[in-house]
Write a protein that binds this ligand. Structure first.
Ligand code: NI
Length: 214
């Protein structure tokens, strides 16, 4: 389990906003007193109160990583909301190319990413939803929806050739994130878990995030 505490403000004359030491001390002192469930709004409120009592700069947010695939996020600006982010992986191949362009023109635009027979990536998909007291197993419910709506369509597929979602849509990481958002938003709402955003990572350095539609 790993806590992240985000504070905001202006650095003082030392150049520090805050030393890590009082944050670390506040979290450790609080952890010895909290015996309730950690994946809860009450837990976030309790830690936020302890941080406020420790005279830290204003809190911008708390995150709790409970496993490599699951992170809970809470912000004081939305105190009664608790978001959970779940990570998935899928493998797919694609070719970046515009249908109206020649191979040479596509190569000029996209380089080796436009090689005619495509290439592959191991994509990571992060889906963030608002938890809901009426859905006690939010993570399991989310995983089932993502398996049904995204994995069954995109995993181990050639996005240009196998997936009608990309008919006429160049499968850039931006468009893959958009397709995932569009596939997930209504089913997640139907399952009682409002979508917040999706992020698709194409490499460790390249990702795109799409917010839920308003
Ligand atoms: Ni690529």
């Amino acid at each position: 389990m790993e806590w992240t505490v985000r504070c905001h403000g202006q650095p003082d004359h030392t150049g520090y906003l805050v030393s890590i030491t009082p944050i670390d001390a506040a979290v450790r002192a609080w952890a010895r007193t909290w015996h309730g469930p950690v994946e809860s709004i009450g837990c976030m409120h309790s830690l936020a109160a302890s941080c406020a009592g420790a005279a830290l700069p204003p809190l911008a947010g708390l995150s709790l990583r409970v496993s490599p695939q699951h992170i809970y996020h809470w912000e004081p600006s939305m105190p009664e909301r608790l978001h959970v982010q779940v990570s998935f992986e899928f493998s797919a191949s694609h070719r970046l190319a515009l249908p109206d362009c020649s191979d040479a023109e596509n190569h000029a635009l996209f380089g080796k990413c436009s090689n005619p027979n495509g290439h592959g990536h191991n994509y990571r998909l992060d889906v963030t939803v608002a938890t809901n007291p009426a859905v006690p197993n939010a993570v399991g419910t989310l995983e089932a929806v993502v398996d049904r709506e995204v994995m069954s369509r995109l995993d181990h597929k050639h996005l240009n050739l196998d997936c009608p979602e990309f008919a006429g849509l160049n499968p850039s990481v931006e468009h893959i994130a958009l397709v995932c958002r569009n596939l997930l938003q209504a089913p997640l709402r139907g399952a009682g878990l409002p979508l917040v955003c999706v992020t698709v990572w194409e490499t460790a350095k390249t990702c795109a995030t799409v917010q839920a539609a308003g």
